[in-house]
Design a binder for this molecule. Structure first.
Ligand SMILES: [Zn+2]
Length: 137
């Protein structure tokens, strides 16, 4: 794949030493895998997945377990919806298939957690610094 266009628009070769990969996913989404752009790529996928399967996501958000795989876990809202006929089982099947193909859902989740934790520790740190008068306002 020709990535020269991307390289040129990058500006002054800021990231020339960074390992870079352009990945085409089976669902047609394109991901540029660089440390700096990782978040962007992952959110793109997550958004696309959520839009295409908003019906499933709606039920999935009501599952008892956050990491519910909808494979018969207790309190699974997706399974309940299928059993009551509100949701077609084939929808869940294609949803799982796409999720497996994308393979970014778990990464994204852990990345989000990491980021939240980081943001939290930064705010705690800056508050502490302010309190101790080490940081200028
Ligand atoms: Zn579930």
């Amino acid at each position: 794949m020709d990535v020269s266009g991307i390289r040129e628009s990058d500006g002054r070769g800021r990231h020339t030493t960074t390992h870079r990969e352009l990945v085409m996913l089976q669902n047609g989404a394109m991901v540029i895998d660089t440390p700096g752009m990782r978040e962007l790529g992952m959110w793109d996928i997550s958004e696309g997945l959520g839009q295409a399967f908003s019906d499933i996501e709606k039920y999935a958000s009501m599952c008892r377990f956050r990491d519910c795989k909808h494979e018969g876990e207790p309190g699974c809202a997706v399974r309940a919806a299928i059993e009551s006929g509100e949701l077609d089982e084939s929808r869940l099947e294609s949803y799982n298939k796409l999720k497996t193909e994308a393979k970014y859902s778990d990464d994204k989740e852990s990345y989000r957690r990491q980021k939240e934790q980081w943001a939290k520790s930064v705010s705690v740190y800056s508050r502490k610094m302010k309190k101790e008068g080490k940081m200028k306002r």
